[in-house]
Design a protein around this ligand. Structure first.
Ligand code: AKB
Length: 345
């Protein structure tokens, strides 16, 4: 069987780097990457071709390719999007729209559905108050879809755009012989934590930032209150979910947008875990009202029963396993050769 042609946008981001490595390790894919940034050396062996530049202007070039799968990861995350809303809309919505149009066109032309895999987010939710958030607890996909952020609004709208191009584009499904439509599949991710990379521009970033700082003996001022609670997941589980959702036969899917989650904890519990693992950490809480408002509008937990039922989703790492079997062993290896960092302010 020939290799599947795969496009990964946002390949230099956190999810992108981990995904490209996993696809390459699995084998059977010809991976084309694209990002605003040059490809890091660590990924060069895995990418058949890297297209550097702004996706909105680069998409035209991809009409010459026949991708079987597109992982559209490029995005401006929630905190960054809030300070540059127009730019965020261009990256998050126009970039997605351009790529969906390409996938729709290619699906119809080749008579074979292009799989379009889209990472959505807990940011698609929005609560009016902390009281409502606490009362809601675990939320289903269709509940509380009232995002308070540009990023969340962009993600929710792109979910709808994907469903439109996948099912209704031009009302072609009403033709007696409807053409092949693209195969849109999305995952709403919680905050993600990698032992190897740090996020930039997001609001769930306080979790990974605190842990990476503690592991290096650096002080950290957390920008949300101690009682702030949202769901998180280990990066390997996020990649596992993307690959599972990509591979599951379409007939198994009862929806196109799925929640997935692994564990929920407060920022204070993060500090406790960091203290236990790295005694002497200096973590303080100095909430930033804007960023606090963003996480207060996100759910404490997500109901991922649809993903569990339809495609057998289950995280490998619950809270204890995340720390004991993934994050701590990996982060100790990562910083072990830089002991001088433990004395830095
Ligand atoms: C962010 O904080 O913006 C992202 C997300 C939760 O989608 N990590």
């Amino acid at each position: 069987m020939p290799d599947k042609a795969v496009l990964v946008t946002g390949a230099c981001g956190e999810i992108g780097q981990a995904l490209v490595q996993s696809l390459a390790q699995k084998g059977g894919y010809r991976i084309v990457t694209t990002d605003l940034m040059p490809l890091p050396d660590s990924l060069k062996a895995y990418s058949a071709e890297h297209v550097q530049g702004d996706l909105v202007y680069r998409v035209k070039q991809f009409y010459d390719y026949n991708f079987d799968i597109m992982f559209h990861l490029a995005a401006s995350l929630s905190s960054k999007a809030e300070v540059a809303t127009e730019e965020a809309h261009r990256i998050n919505v126009e970039g997605t729209m351009q790529l969906l149009m390409l996938a729709a066109y290619k699906s119809e032309k080749r008579g074979k559905a292009v799989k379009f895999i889209f990472p959505s987010s807990i940011a698609a939710y929005g609560f009016d108050s902390l009281e409502q958030k606490r009362k809601a607890g675990r939320v289903k996909e269709e509940e509380y879809n009232h995002p308070h952020t540009m990023y969340g609004a962009n993600k929710l709208y792109c979910e709808k755009l994907g469903e439109y191009y996948g099912n209704f584009y031009g009302q072609r499904h009403l033709d007696p012989n409807p053409p092949v439509m693209l195969d849109f599949r999305a995952i709403r991710f919680p905050g993600l934590i990698s032992a190897y990379t740090l996020p930039t521009g997001g609001t769930s970033d306080y979790g990974p930032e605190m842990l990476h700082a503690a592991a290096q003996g650096l002080s950290y001022s957390c920008f949300v209150r101690e009682d702030t609670k949202i769901p998180f997941m280990a990066m390997p589980d996020a990649i596992k979910a993307l690959l599972m959702l990509t591979e599951v036969p379409r007939d198994y899917l009862t929806r196109q947008v799925y929640n997935i989650t692994a564990f929920s904890l407060t920022a204070g519990e993060f500090r406790k875990r960091a203290d236990n693992a790295f005694p002497g950490t200096r973590i303080t809480f100095e909430p930033n009202p804007r960023r606090q408002g963003i996480v207060d509008s996100w759910p404490e937990d997500m109901d991922d029963s649809a993903a569990r039922n339809d495609w057998g989703w289950e995280p490998d790492y619950d809270l204890d396993r995340f720390f004991d079997e993934y994050f701590l062993p990996e982060i100790r290896k990562r910083y072990a050769f830089r002991p001088s960092l433990r004395t830095k302010e």
